[in-house]
Design a protein around this ligand. Structure first.
Ligand code: PMP
Ligand code: GLU
Length: 397
């Protein structure tokens, strides 16, 4: 008998990936499933990026490269940080990885000893918790309810800090709530962070460009916490490059070198062709993303309007990303044909079976009262999905 490690046995499968797998299986069996489960843009990668990849192959950029990324790519990321975020990260402070997922894992493995506490505001993105657990860290969730637009304050953070706290991880814009921290809210967090000089904070800004309300703000902009912050970003979301696998960090030099050391043992640098293509994305004016962002904004309106017509669902007003995270707790205790909804996982299963719409339960994101809708799908698909959800929920008595 094969005995898997305790580390592996303690790990949950990614709920977002599990749900998209389940809907692919149902589709393969001929079911007309609409999957709003995966956070993946339905757009194609812009042509100029694909052209840069072709050129890289033609020029034989097909060999091992420096572990933290090609110098010209890191220079272009350094300029991007300055241009878009007013952040000063030299190329030796930048590490390019196989997706932001690996960037996050590198940082956690670099900083966390067994028993260290990692503060994670909830709702959070699924993988933070599992990555922290693999490193032996203890995730400490700080709840930010819908009435607070799912955001925590400096005071909430302060109250969660103990002598064992080492790191905090959060995203803005947030997956799964779409909430965006404004400058004042980040300043408030920074005031709490600076009082604890040994606390490090990973600010995941992968949805930076998918912001409908205002300018994206980075936590590292505040000089008094700059040395405590690791800024995470990547090309999967805004540049519709999920399959290319490239994420990156800007961080204090010692952390960047440590992440490079970890990566040198695990994976080396990410795909050479992806790296060269990413230079084209980094050097492009982000205004080329305008049409994509406008489409996401229109879809947000569509989904929010449709949700407002469904009795009993409560939402915040998501300022970014491409998710809505409705509170569905008024449906708990209701039944249809002998099936009783006890929690959001039951509701997601019910909606999958009754209406063939795949969503992800809020349990996976640390809020069992909610579920996540990813609206990175065509308007036509979203209209049909919302019609089905409304109909299935109306049957619950
Ligand atoms: N952070 C957040 C908040 C995400 O939603 C995702 C989605 N995959 C990632 C990081 C990882 O992105 P990737 O590995 O595709 O760069
Ligand atoms: N981040 C996306 C999501 O939340 C993609 C899936 C994943 O990597 O977990 O759905």
């Amino acid at each position: 008998m094969i005995e898997l490690s305790d580390r592996l046995l303690a790990m949950e499968e990614s709920a977002t990936i599990a749900m998209s797998r389940k809907s692919r299986e149902l589709k393969a069996r001929g079911k007309d499933v609409i999957s709003l489960s995966l956070g993946e843009p339905d757009f194609n990668t812009p042509q100029f990026i694909k052209d840069a990849a072709t050129e890289a192959m033609d020029n034989n950029f097909t060999k091992y490269m420096p572990v933290p990324g090609y110098d010209d790519l890191r220079n272009s990321i350094s300029k991007k940080f300055k241009r878009d975020n007013n952040l000063d990260y030299g190329s030796d402070q930048i590490v390019v990885s196989t997706g932001a997922k690996q960037s996050i894992a590198n940082v956690v493995l670099t900083l966390i000893n067994p028993g260290d506490e990692v503060i994670i505001p909830a709702p959070y993105w699924v993988s933070y918790i599992e990555i922290v657990k693999v490193a032996g860290g203890i995730p400490v969730m700080v709840n930010a309810g819908i009435e607070k637009d799912f955001k925590i304050s400096g005071e909430d953070l302060t109250n969660a800090i103990t002598s064992k706290t080492k790191l905090m991880i959060f995203s803005t814009p947030c997956n799964p709530t779409g909430s965006v921290y404004n400058r004042e809210e980040l300043r408030d967090l920074a005031n709490a962070i600076k009082k604890h000089p040994s606390l490090m904070v990973m600010c995941d800004e992968i949805y930076e460009h998918i912001n409908f309300e205002g300018k994206h703000e980075s936590l590292a902009q505040f000089d008094d916490v700059y040395e405590q912050v690791i800024t995470v970003n990547g090309v999967s979301k805004a540049w519709a490059m999920t399959g290319w696998r490239l994420g990156y960090i800007g961080a204090p030099k010692s952390i960047a070198s440590a992440c490079s050391k970890v990566q040198g043992q695990f994976t080396s640098g990410t795909c050479s062709i992806t790296q060269k293509a990413t230079i084209a994305a980094m050097e492009a004016n982000p205004s080329v993303l305008k049409d994509m962002i406008t489409a996401f904004k229109e879809r947000r309106t569509l989904v929010l309007n449709a949700l407002a017509e469904i009795p009993g669902l409560k939402t915040n007003h998501p300022g970014g990303a491409f998710y809505v995270f409705p509170d569905c707790s008024t449906y708990f205790g209701k039944s249809h044909e002998g099936y009783t909804i006890k929690n959001a996982s039951d509701l997601c299963l019910y909606l999958l079976e009754e209406s063939l719409v795949a969503l992800v339960t809020g349990d996976a994101f640390g809020d069992p009262k909610c579920f996540r809708i990813s609206y990175a799908a065509s308007e036509e698909t979203l209209i049909e999905a919302m019609r089905r959800i409304k109909q299935a929920l109306s049957k619950l008595k």
